[in-house]
Design a protein around this ligand. Sequence first.
Ligand code: COA
Length: 140
Amino acid sequence: MPARVRRFAPRDTDAVVALWEECFPDDPARNEPRGVIERKLARDPDLFWVATDGDAVVGALLGGYDGYRGWLYHLAVTAERRGEGIARRLVERAVLELETLGCVKVNLQVRRSNSMVVGLYEAVGFEEFDAFNLGRVIGS
Ligand SMILES: CC(C)(COP(=O)(O)OP(=O)(O)OC[C@H]1O[C@@H](n2cnc3c(N)ncnc32)[C@H](O)[C@@H]1OP(=O)(O)O)[C@@H](O)C(=O)NCCC(=O)NCCS
């Protein structure tokens, strides 16, 4: 059965934690999945989607919109379901919802160590912009 995309619901928490642990084993402590989900639900629960097949969560994507730019984070599809277009469907849903909110540009970051996924984002309409990418970690 093809996966469908819907908004994240709190009952998906354990499955998304497992998915992110599978897909992002080297994430820093600040991206600890339960903390990420808790903060997202407290701040802006709508821009968060899962791809499901029956009761199983097979993909997930976080978004954000601050009134100026939209952002995508933590796109993940479980290993055995890759290559079926699930990431594409998650990204298209996110872009559509961001556009509905008035968003005119969507950004995302890819770690250099994960540069092979740049091809995926190009396949779904993103292009590289020539800009420095800076961040500041708050706390330690
Ligand atoms: C990256 C990831 C989400 C892709 O999920 P997926 O469901 O297999 O992707 P899709 O099947 O939707 O692919 C969509 C398109 O991108 C292309 N694509 C997918 N992975 C690609 C890659 N590594 N390089 C180039 N193109 C790629 C597909 O061919 C497809 O193009 P098409 O529709 O024109 O045929 C998945 O591999 C994953 O979870 N990886 C680990 C987590 C990760 O690195 N996430 C990204 C963080 S920035």
